[in-house]
Design a protein around this ligand. Structure first.
Ligand code: FES
Ligand SMILES: [Fe+2]
Length: 378
């Protein structure tokens, strides 16, 4: 079952829009799309971007709009050094956005082209993603907060591993994408399969959570006894332990360790527009390193899993178009409540005048005072 692209999802009217979190890193596209001398387009938080890779290997992301008359820069040329606008030929250095030549200037002109800048965003490559730092509107061209926030990266525990990547467009806003990601109660219904869960395998669970900066952690625990992939790890005869973190704005990381064997994943739900999002999963592992075909098999099961979520969210988007009032219940929706509280706290912190003069005051009020236990059946 292949994943669907947005046109195939069949959802025509946009659903409700989410408030977006700025001043953070988001994956814009896969760097495999950045071919030598070519420009690639992406939409991120409703911002049209043009991305590329310079001859020296560095990646860049600019607003896909010429500061002269607004024509998309992606319509122009890229020689590995400069992006040239196709309308009047202004040349830009794409990492910093500085204009370096305006062909129409004559000996009578005093205009210094280097004082003109196209909008360029901090852009870094990690795990095959081009991560773009999206500063809040009106907070300066480069985003002052960028230095304090490390570029997100998948945790790896050794040099030898296999890896895989999956993506799916979701026709719902980023909030629904994220709470769907952290929702423990949909597993037995959406992901019904012999190798994962069945309704018959539902059992009561107790999970311990603890606060971490801008997020929460499902404390290290032995994974669900009722799912086959985890049972497979039993062949190593060592205790299996898994830790799952969620951190604003959109990142879920899961690390499973079993002696010196490990599996690690980083899942992000990224706003493409205010009312649509995309889920990306990067994973690496050294478990079953020598088993032939393990990567295609992992990709197959991973794709099936993500596709099940995608199909459910396409159906959900159908319902959300009519703006129904919704509910969150304890304890199964508690992580979703924490997400909304963390997001709200961050929005308030970024708007408070105190935080602008004292960046340290950006410490946000955390919805968890300390460790708690949640109970649900799944
Ligand atoms: S619109 Fe780009 S150079 Fe004029
Ligand atoms: Fe799911």
């Amino acid at each position: 079952m292949p994943l669907l692209n947005p046109a195939q999802t069949g959802v025509t009217l946009p659903g409700p829009a989410a408030t977006l979190l700025y001043d953070d890193w988001y994956p814009a596209l896969r760097t495999a799309r950045l071919r030598r001398g070519k420009l690639a387009k992406a939409l991120l938080l409703d911002i049209p971007l043009v991305l590329g890779r310079k001859s020296d290997g560095s990646v860049f992301a600019m607003r896909d709009s010429c500061p002269h008359r607004g024509i998309p820069l992606s319509a122009g040329w890229f020689d590995g050094q400069h992006v040239t606008c196709r309308y009047h030929g202004w040349e830009f250095e794409p990492c910093g956005g500085q204009c370096q030549a305006i062909p129409s200037l004559s000996s009578h002109d005093r205009l210094d082209p280097t004082r003109i800048f196209a909008t360029a965003y901090p852009c870094e490559e990690r795990d095959g993603h081009a991560w773009v730092y999206v500063a809040g509107p009106g907070t300066g061209r480069k985003g002052e907060g960028v230095a304090e926030k490390p570029v997100p990266e998948l945790a790896k525990f050794g040099a030898r591993y296999r890896s895989a990547f999956l993506t799916a467009d979701l026709p719902c806003d980023v909030d629904h994408g994220i709470i769907g990601l952290m929702d423990p109660a949909h597993g037995p219904f959406v992901h019904q399969a012999w190798w994962w869960r069945t309704r018959g395998s539902i059992r009561e669970k107790t999970k311990r959570f603890e606060p971490i900066p801008e997020g929460f952690r499902m404390s290290a625990h032995a994974p669900s006894g009722n799912s086959a992939p985890y049972k497979l790890l039993g062949v190593y005869g060592k205790p299996v332990e898994t830790t799952i973190d969620f951190v604003l704005p959109n990142r879920r990381t899961e690390v499973i360790r079993c002696g010196d064997k490990w599996f690690s994943s980083l899942t992000t739900v990224t706003p493409v527009t205010a009312s649509t999002c995309r889920i990306d999963v990067v994973a690496a592992w050294n478990v079953f390193y020598h088993v032939p075909l393990v990567t295609p098999i992992a990709r197959f099961f991973g794709a099936k899993f993500v596709r099940q979520d995608q199909v459910t969210m396409i159906q959900q988007a159908e319902g959300l178009r009519h703006n129904p009032s919704l509910m969150l219940i304890d304890d199964a929706d508690k992580p979703a409540k924490w997400y909304f509280a963390l997001k709200q706290a961050r929005l308030e912190a970024s708007h408070s005048p105190v935080s602008e003069s004292r960046p340290g005051a950006l410490e946000i009020k955390h919805p968890l005072d300390g460790p708690v236990e949640l109970h649900w059946r799944s």
